[in-house]
Design a protein around this ligand. Structure first.
Ligand code: GDP
Length: 360
């Protein structure tokens, strides 16, 4: 399964946030087959469509898609040099599919900031500099090797050029992810060297009321990290919210002027950043969301349920969620000609409600 690594300077609220994530994991332990590791938090992706489907099909259970977060121990200045937790840290990041960087944007004289002051921009720079330096080291090793192979006609010159373009971006202090579009980086050719800063980034601003209620301030921070996504939450509030039942949590959010919990926002943003989407299945037993990549075909999607479904795929009976709700039931959708039979080439759309036909 895909996972997002949580990084950030010491004292920015990582543990507080991660505790909220894991506490929710325990509450949402709908997945008896999933082994839950201590450094992994699994959060549900909120999806109201599942409630609607459960209503239509009389489903007993609702199983949303999930997003996994991995707690990656603290980074410090000099991590790329192997200082502190350096190398283990980098190995853990390498295994994540995306990076969520927690940034302190809350004021509290009782909580010491490692640099003595609250400064989101400089905090992000500290972390990103370490990741960038690690990537530069990777390229310094790779480039001479590829250069030789290009000279020996074992590789195309374009492969070397892709690495050099990446090096230029890193040398001016930018992450690869932030420059993919602006520099038209050849990501296919960069994949082989698996650069840390080529992973999708999310910035999680651990904010206080002053920031959460200030749209201009939030926009400023969003602009600072664009094109990466930004999430604003109050880690302390989130850790309180997971202790409450649904009703109480809603009231507490309202009191704080928010309509969605930070964890829900984080799950949604993470899902989006990872380039994922869901399709839906429903029956009397359960209404369920399944995670696929954007662009996956029907057999690939079937394989998420069971590998046999992919191998024996015949066709997929599909109705869009909107059409199903508009007609009111599966049989009405069929009568209205809204249920399609799709074959092996079909590219799945978000919110497709599906039943697969397959040989076993
Ligand atoms: P970590 O070192 O990044 O894991 O940070 P911790 O989660 O241990 O938080 C460091 C300190 O900041 C703890 O005393 C937390 O209670 C406090 N803290 C975390 N999040 C918030 C927040 O949103 N607001 C305030 N005021 N304090 C927070």
């Amino acid at each position: 399964a895909l996972s997002i690594g949580i990084v950030g300077l010491p004292n920015v609220g990582k543990s507080t946030l991660f505790n909220a994530l894991t506490r929710q994991t325990v509450l949402a332990a709908n997945y008896p087959f999933a082994t839950i590791e201590p450094n992994v938090g699994v959060v549900n992706l909120p999806d109201e469509r599942l409630d609607t489907l459960a209503g239509i099909f009389g489903s007993q259970k609702i199983l949303p898609a999930t997003v996994s977060f991995v707690d990656i121990a603290g980074i410090v200045k000099g991590a790329s040099e192997g200082e502190g937790l350096g190398n283990q840290f980098l190995a853990n990041i390498r295994e994540s599919d995306a990076i969520a960087q927690v940034v302190r944007a809350f004021d509290d004289p009782d909580v010491i900031h490692v640099d003595g002051k609250i400064n989101p921009a400089s905090d992000m720079e500290t972390i990103n500099t370490e990741l960038i330096l690690a990537d530069l080291q990777t390229l310094e090793k790779a480039i001479p090797r590829v250069e030789k192979e290009v000279k020996g006609k074992k590789r195309e010159a374009a492969e070397l050029e892709a690495l050099q373009a990446a090096q230029t971006v890193l040398e001016r202090g930018d992450t690869i992810y932030s420059a993919i579009d602006s520099e038209k980086l050849d990501m296919d050719r960069l994949r082989e060297v698996s650069l840390l800063t080529a992973k999708p980034f999310i910035y999680v601003f651990n904010a206080d009321d002053g920031v959460l209620g200030d749209e201009a301030k939030k926009q400023e921070l969003r602009d600072l990290v664009a094109p990466a996504d930004a999430v604003f939450l109050d880690a302390k509030l989130e850790s309180d919210l997971v202790e409450l039942d649904e009703e109480e949590a809603r009231e507490m959010l309202e009191m704080n002027g928010q309509d969605e919990s930070g964890l829900d926002q984080l799950a949604r943003t993470g899902f989006h950043t990872l380039g994922l989407q869901t399709y839906l299945t429903a029956g009397p037993k359960e209404a369920r969301a399944w995670t696929i990549r954007k662009g996956d075909t029907a057999p690939k999607a079937a394989g998420v349920i069971h590998t046999d479904f992919e191998r024996g795929f015949i066709k997929a009976e599909i109705v869009s969620f909107g059409d199903l709700v508009a007609t009111g039931s599966m049989s009405d959708a069929k009568a209205a000609g809204k249920v399609r039979m799709e074959g092996k080439e079909y590219v799945m759309q978000d919110g497709d409600v599906v039943e697969f036909r397959f040989n076993v």
